[in-house]
Design a protein around this ligand. Structure first.
Ligand code: GDP
Length: 318
């Protein structure tokens, strides 16, 4: 599975109810990764790990259940003494006390010379997760968002993904998206794509979650070679994202924010698109892009809905 964060994690939790988790590999976006407090943070990888471990805070949608915030609250002590221009002790990105332990471990191991692939696997084992979780690459690739002209202080500026998503709560208009480092980064799972029985493109943001994987050399070619075995679940339902900025971002970048827009983005690499009943009237437009179209309930509101969706995906592609 090509994967972003929450939508992908919910789908995987449905899939592992049906197939041996050890037969599933998630290849995960790392272009949202960031360094804060000197710590390496991999939000999408952690969302998958915590969800599959049954440890995610489902209400908040990120971070660990039963979390406490003493470290975050203690950062406030430094608010008034931080020199102008210093970025020390930022408080706009919340990291819970138990979550910090994951970032401590990842950072220390990377500093010892381990690769992100190795560390991700170690953290997965520490959480007793059976699904293989592979970062899309071991090199740094960073999503950069150029903000369109607007009233906000960042008008016209290029900012990091987390500044856009968390600090500005994705409320500023996007002019363009780039993935710095993607020209030289090496996709770590081409063999897995070639050898897999089927490839699922998760219901994730097509621009900033699936986009970074597809920006790496060889990925679109590997998908195209297996096109009949590639199936995507639309993250857009009835013209809207269930959460986050995917619909707005698609429109701002000149795409249609609909299942048809998703089909146009994916049809060259993917033979089948799974859409929600809410979009069934658009089936013929999807088929006009050269894709098969499967209609089912795609809102994963609980584990049973996620399992049912996974069942339809397996039956459609295997
Ligand atoms: P992140 O979770 O914030 O990292 O962002 P992702 O790229 O992984 O996922 C965001 C997209 O997933 C949004 O467009 C959502 O609409 C979509 N999504 C989340 N949950 C579901 C779901 O239950 N069903 C479907 N079809 N899409 C979902």
């Amino acid at each position: 599975m090509l994967s972003g964060g929450v939508g992908a994690a919910k789908f995987l939790s449905g899939l592992v109810q049906l197939v041996d988790p050890q037969s599933v590999t998630a290849i995960v976006n790392t272009a949202d990764d960031t360094i804060l407090h000197g710590l390496n943070i991999s939000p999408d990888i952690d969302t998958l790990t915590y969800t599959l471990a049954g440890a995610i805070d489902t209400k908040r949608g990120w971070g660990l259940r039963d979390e406490t915030w003493r470290a975050m609250n203690s950062l406030l002590r430094f608010e008034n003494i931080r020199p102008v221009g210093s970025l020390a002790a930022p408080t706009w990105f919340n990291l819970g006390d138990a979550d910090l332990a994951t970032h401590f471990y990842r950072t220390a191991r990377l500093q010892e010379g381990a690769t992100l692939t190795q560390v991700t696997d170690e953290i997965r084992r520490a959480f007793d997760v059976q699904v293989r979780i592979i970062p899309m690459c071991d090199q740094t690739v960073s999503t950069e968002i150029t903000v369109a002209s607007c009233d906000a202080s960042v008008s016209g500026q290029t900012i990091s993904f987390q500044e856009y998503f968390v600090r500005h709560q994705h409320s500023v208009p996007v002019q363009s998206v780039g993935f710095r480092g993607s020209e030289t980064a090496i996709f770590g799972a081409l063999d897995e794509l070639r050898a897999s029985d089927a490839i699922v493109i998760a219901p994730s943001n097509p621009i900033v979650s699936i986009g970074p994987l597809r920006a790496l050399a060889g990925v679109d070619e590997a998908l195209t070679a297996r096109r009949e075995k590639v199936i995507a679940v639309s993250p857009i339902i009835a013209g809207a994202a269930l959460k986050g900025p995917a619909d707005r971002m698609l429109r701002e970048l000149g795409h249609e924010a609909s299942v048809v827009g998703i089909a146009r983005l994916y049809s060259s690499v993917c033979a089948t698109l799974v859409i929600d009943h809410a979009d069934k009237d658009r089936r013929s437009e999807i088929e006009a892009t050269g894709m098969h179209c499967v209609v089912t309930n795609t809102v994963m509101s609980d584990p049973i809905a996620a399992r049912n969706l996974a069942q339809v995906v397996i039956e459609s592609v295997m």
